[in-house]
Design a protein around this ligand. Structure first.
Ligand code: NI
Length: 223
């Protein structure tokens, strides 16, 4: 079941106040399952078939010949039809438009993954600050259940409203730091100005998400 309308209104309210929200299930379960199958194939091309390409972002591990894949960039350009077409489902753009409060255009697509045990933490950061609050958001379609043990999103509520020059380590230290757990199929949204990060994957459960950035068409591009 997809999330009811009152849940949507609550999520929008939370997004405006905190800079993030879990909007619940937005796509039908079969669409999520197909996206997950496509993601698994893309990952296997790297891990099992030896594909190496600029869009497959990875880092080496000392003493281990297998590099750790953490992102497939330009997801809309990868060879994974027909599942790839699901990136353009209108439910996703409609959700983003509700958060931004007006029309949106997709500006980036990626598969972000945390391999069990081997994934690194994501250092705390803000994605962008050259845009106003509530004008550019990231939608994360969760392909697995996620919690702090496998590196779900963590953030400081309200930090998207801080000035552009706020110091990320200080904002994190003052907190509060909140984990944003999700179930498979949930869509988690965050403002690109949000101060956020995520931990390692220590419980052996994959964490894979498809991230789509949507922007107010008037917003300047990423620097
Ligand atoms: Ni980020």
């Amino acid at each position: 079941m997809t999330a009811p309308a009152h849940h949507r209104a609550t999520a929008v309210e939370q997004f405006r106040r905190d800079g993030f929200a879990n909007a619940g299930a937005v796509l039908p379960p079969e669409a999520v399952a197909r996206l997950k199958e496509g993601a698994v194939r893309l990952i296997a091309a790297f891990t099992d078939e030896g594909l190496r390409a600029d869009d497959y972002w990875n880092f080496p591990v000392e003493g281990d010949e297998r590099p750790v894949l953490y992102r497939v960039h330009n997801l809309e350009k990868q060879d994974w039809s027909p599942e790839r077409e699901l990136l353009h489902r209108e439910e996703l753009a409609e959700l983003a438009a509700a958060f931004v409060g007006g029309p949106v255009v997709p500006t980036a697509y990626a598969l972000v993954l945390k391999e069990p045990y081997r994934a690194a933490e994501v250092p705390w950061h803000r994605d962008r600050v050259n845009v106003g609050p509530h004008t550019v958001c990231n939608l994360s379609i969760c392909l697995d259940d996620a919690g702090p043990q496998n590196g779900c999103l963590e953030a400081v509520p309200g930090s998207h409203l801080l000035p552009d020059d706020a110091e990320v380590p200080e904002v994190r230290a003052s907190g509060p730091v909140v984990a944003v757990p999700a179930r498979e199929g949930d869509v988690v949204v965050h403002d690109v100005r949000l101060v956020h990060g995520s931990g390692q994957n220590t419980n052996g459960a994959w964490r894979r998400t498809i991230v789509i950035e949507y922007a107010d068409p008037a917003a300047p591009p990423a620097p």
